[in-house]
Design a binder for this molecule. Structure first.
Ligand SMILES: C[S@@+](CC[C@H](N)C(=O)[O-])C[C@H]1O[C@@H](n2cnc3c(N)ncnc32)[C@H](O)[C@@H]1O
Length: 462
């Protein structure tokens, strides 16, 4: 395999994605977003604003792209006095400690408490287990006194039988009554049930964060540039609902797809709701595999994609390297691996962003997608994130999806891709307009200013 083509890596190539890019939606104006409809977005990345321009804003939670709202908030933040940096500037540790010892401690404690309450349900569970442990002494008591049951006399026995019959009748009547009440309650509940109770979270996810046509167009363009031909076999690692595989097979009679995911229920959903909509020939061209991506398997592919940061489940270098080795092996000799990565100054702060999403079927109605970065550990770079949905009737689907990831950096990922044998690894950055909003166009680049949030494609050629 050829060595890294450094020249290639530095050649800036602008690429345009029809329908606007998903991720850039965060930085879109409301007008643009409306135009792009649901063909936008990813879990999180928001504004493409350059960091240097608004330093104070970096510390603020940014509820998404709404330009006006944001501008207002930022102005407010900018107007606030910032004593902390001054203390740091003084450069004297003692002075810093004197200047703000308490507020810092309080701030930290406050944040941690909030995270523990919101993002970590485990402690609650543990607390719930305590009563069970407390019940142990009772059990021991019982065990310690194994009393034999007194045998009843005949008379007593008859009485007991009569009583039993009456009791049985009463119980039967009660049961019928209970059943009726339950039926009534059920009917009442159905009438009163909220949208959050009725919606399909996978559909909401797809509307919110996936844009398969735009992704596929990008894959094909890059593959064509590199190999001078069209890819035929696509592998979708961490395929989830397999929307990309489904779209791939639907878009070309010769196109085949391999989708890999661990989760049985999600794959069942994929078969029913996505593959199920294809004609039988197209469906037959998709090989859905319930497997660990680390295990490989299936036809070798021209393009393999690992979208929406899913490889973040691999928390150590060794694990991620193993995954990339398998991805490399599963590719055809001239195959291309595509993945995404997000970052920026806001990627590592506790933040909750909201974005309006259009329901393309108009059955649910437009809803709000909420991305919550609940925690980030600077020691391990582990981050815990949730997706929530707020439905048009105001009901909430909390923690519809939770991700426990390591947030990898571009150089870490890139070095590993070279290590496992890829010959060229390009980073595609999203272009911004004069307002700092993402345009949906990506270009290969080697140097950029950091931003509050960014999302890149990584294209690794075998
Ligand atoms: C963030 S979702 C991505 C879904 C979809 N690919 C997308 O772009 O939106 C992550 C998916 O990866 C799957 N997954 C996690 N670890 C996996 C592993 N080791 N092997 C295969 N699938 C895995 C999960 O079941 C889940 O469906």
């Amino acid at each position: 395999m050829a060595k890294a083509n450094d020249k290639d890596d530095t050649v800036a190539k602008t690429t345009s994605k029809k329908g606007a890019s998903k991720k850039s939606s965060a930085g879109m104006t409301a007008k643009k977003k409306a135009a792009a409809k649901s063909k936008t977005a990813k879990p999180e990345p928001k504004a493409k604003k350059k960091v240097g321009k608004k330093p104070a804003a970096a510390a603020e939670p940014k509820p998404e792209p709404k330009a006006k709202k944001k501008a207002g908030k930022k102005a407010a933040v900018a107007a606030e006095p910032k004593p902390e940096p001054k203390a740091k500037k003084a450069g004297k540790k003692a002075a810093v400690a004197e200047a703000k010892p308490e507020p810092k401690a309080k701030k930290k404690a406050g944040k941690k408490a909030a995270v523990a309450a919101e993002a970590k349900p485990e402690p609650k569970k543990k607390a719930g287990k305590k009563p069970a442990a407390a019940a142990e002494p009772k059990a021991k008591k019982k065990a310690g006194k194994p009393k034999a049951e007194p045998k009843p006399s005949k008379k007593t026995a008859n009485k007991k039988t009569a009583n039993k019959k009456t009791a049985n009748k009463k119980t039967a009547n009660k049961k019928t009554a209970n059943k009726k009440t339950a039926r009534k309650a059920k009917a009442g509940k159905a009438a009163k049930s909220t949208l959050a109770e009725r919606v399909d979270k996978h559909l909401l996810y797809q509307y919110s964060v996936q844009s398969p046509e735009a992704d596929i167009e990008f894959f094909v363009d890059r593959y064509h540039e590199l190999r001078g031909k069209d890819p035929v076999v696509l592998r979708e690692d961490f395929c989830g609902t397999s929307l990309i595989s489904t779209t791939w097979a639907a878009l070309g009679d010769d196109r085949r797809a391999v989708g890999v995911d661990l989760d049985t229920a999600t794959l069942e959903w994929a078969r029913k709701h996505n593959l199920g909509k294809l004609d039988p020939e197209a469906r037959a061209r998709i090989d859905l595999r319930q497997a660990n991506v680390l295990d490989g398997g299936g036809e070798r592919s021209d393009v393999t994609c690992a979208m929406n940061f899913s490889y973040g489940v691999f928390k150590t270098r060794a694990e991620l390297r193993r995954y990339l080795e398998v991805a490399f092996e599963q590719l055809a000799d001239d195959g291309v691996f595509v993945t995404e990565l997000y970052g920026g100054t806001e990627a590592i702060v506790q933040v909750t962003d909201e974005r309006e999403v259009e329901d393309p079927t108009e059955t649910i109605g437009d809803f709000t997608y909420v991305w919550e970065q609940a925690s980030y550990n600077p020691i391990t770079h582990e981050t815990l994130c949730h997706i929530h949905f707020v439905l048009p009737d105001g009901s909430k689907l909390e923690r519809a999806f939770t991700y426990d990831w390591r947030l990898w950096s571009i150089p870490e990922l890139r070095e590993l891709l070279y290590e496992v044998g890829f010959s060229s690894v390009r980073v595609y950055w999203e272009a911004t307009d004069e307002d700092g909003d993402g345009t949906g166009e990506y270009y290969a680049t080697e140097k950029e200013d950091n931003q509050e949030s960014w999302l890149v494609y990584i294209i690794a050629a075998k």
